[in-house]
Design a protein around this ligand. Structure first.
Ligand SMILES: CC(C)(COP(=O)(O)OP(=O)(O)OC[C@H]1O[C@@H](n2cnc3c(N)ncnc32)[C@H](O)[C@@H]1OP(=O)(O)O)[C@@H](O)C(=O)NCCC(=O)NCCS
Length: 135
């Protein structure tokens, strides 16, 4: 399987995004995902045969703080090292930032522990009626 990794959105089009946000009640469209990527401070993408198969995004003040906002690999591409590679590449961009935070479900804590993340207490607020976003 020939996977290419990039931190650039050059040449990336809406048509290359299908199948993300598995399990979300209100699924953002590919156009919304492209907007999310365009507005993120850093992105890390994995591409296979012209389509995006995995990505990670970070929002940052580029000084002290960064938040890893989204990480996903398409189901049929999981378990092949792709998620690990996109996160590793994103973390390389954040290596000089003091605080690197994320929220995740219990079943992926072990994935993030591999990169040095540890559990803490956190607070969150969600506007579920806005879950699908707007392009
Ligand atoms: C979590 C996710 C991004 C992992 O991507 P992936 O491509 O399947 O992961 P990789 O194959 O790169 O795995 C890298 C390492 O993490 C481990 N790992 C993967 N998923 C794991 C999990 N849920 N729990 C613990 N370890 C995990 C792998 O065994 C591998 O370990 P190794 O380096 O010792 O061999 C992917 O399963 C996914 O997209 N899940 C659905 C969306 C999601 O939960 N995203 C995170 C939201 S915060």
């Amino acid at each position: 399987m020939d996977i290419q990794y990039t931190d650039s959105l050059e040449g990336v089009e809406v048509s290359q995004f299908e199948g993300f946000f598995v399990g979300w009640e209100k699924v953002p469209t590919p156009a919304v995902l492209l907007k999310v990527l365009q507005n993120s401070t850093y992105v890390s993408l994995a591409r296979c045969e012209g389509k995006i198969v995995g990505f990670a995004t970070a929002l940052s003040d580029k000084t002290l703080a960064a938040y890893i906002s989204l990480v996903e690999v398409l189901p049929e591409y999981q378990g092949k090292g792709i998620g690990g590679e996109v996160v590793k590449r994103l973390l390389n961009k954040l290596e000089n930032i003091y605080m690197v935070d994320l929220l995740c479900d219990k079943d992926v804590e072990g994935f993030y522990e591999k990169f040095g993340f540890h559990k803490t207490s956190a607070m969150m607020l969600r506007h579920y009626d806005k879950q699908a976003g707007e392009a």
